[in-house]
Design a protein around this ligand. Structure first.
Ligand SMILES: [Zn+2]
Length: 250
């Protein structure tokens, strides 16, 4: 990041603050945010101010995007980058909110050259190089998933190319250790799912290692102790990558 961007961010922080009542309202019910240690919470608020200054929210299907919605999404989006910095979300600006799940048209050419088209119903999508699209209903009301952390985790994963469950690892991290922990957890999960066992995590995680990374990132922040108990090796790797130990806050 250049000095100009640095200067702009400093100015933004000097000029803006988040109203306490708005912050409380926007983070109400988000225990993984209200659990933060006070210095972490202050740091998160500063990141949220910068996030709101640099990202652009828009509503689709006539949804009115309120300040509380913006702050709630920004707070959840900034939690994973609390110790990484906002530059990890650079290269795109848009966040599009739909009132509920939205439909996207998919098409795929099969090996016989036949074009298949179908509709997907989604609660969220992270477009490579483009916006993040979210269902506000899913973000606000679905306790089973955290669509915000999920989609922003995909953005981190995409920084190293096509999403594959391996975001850019920090110097000193061991790629083999990451892959070992991720693959062991992913394969064990798929295996348990196939045998009809209770999998705890959203079954959608079995789709692809990239989905598993996004889903385990939700769990890492929302249910850190259970994540650490079930997936100790992967928890350690996530702790190194996110530079946070959410289980210590609970
Ligand atoms: Zn996903």
């Amino acid at each position: 990041m250049g000095w100009l961007a640095n200067w702009r961010r400093k100015r933004v922080l000097e000029k803006h603050r988040i109203d306490d009542a708005l912050w409380l309202h926007a983070t109400k019910g988000l225990s993984f945010i209200t659990n933060l240690f006070p210095p972490e919470e202050e740091k998160l608020k500063r990141l949220v101010i910068l996030f709101l200054a640099e990202k652009q929210f828009s509503g689709a299907h006539a949804i009115e995007v309120t300040d509380a919605m913006r702050v709630s999404i920004a707070a959840q989006a900034c939690l994973p980058i609390l110790e990484l910095g906002l530059d990890w979300y650079s290269g795109w600006t848009g966040i599009v909110l739909y009132p509920g799940d939205f439909r996207v048209r998919r098409s795929e050419l099969d090996e016989d050259g036949v074009l298949h088209e179908w509709d997907d119903e989604l609660a969220g999508e992270a477009m490579p190089g483009g916006p993040i699209v979210l269902s506000w209903d899913a973000a606000a009301n679905d306790p089973e998933i955290n669509v915000v952390i999920h989609e922003f985790a995909h953005k981190l994963d995409m920084l190293s190319g096509a999403p594959n469950g391996v975001p850019p690892l920090h110097a000193g991290m061991d790629r083999r250790a990451w892959l070992g922990a991720l693959n062991e957890a992913f394969e064990g999960f798929c295996d348990a799912l196939e045998r009809g066992k209770d999998t705890w995590l959203d079954p959608y995680a079995a789709e692809h290692p990239a989905e598993f990374f996004a889903v385990i990132s939700e769990a890492f922040f929302q249910e850190p102790k259970e994540t650490r108990r079930r997936y100790p090796d992967l928890y350690d790797q996530l702790k190194l990558f996110y530079r946070q130990d959410p289980a210590s806050r609970v």
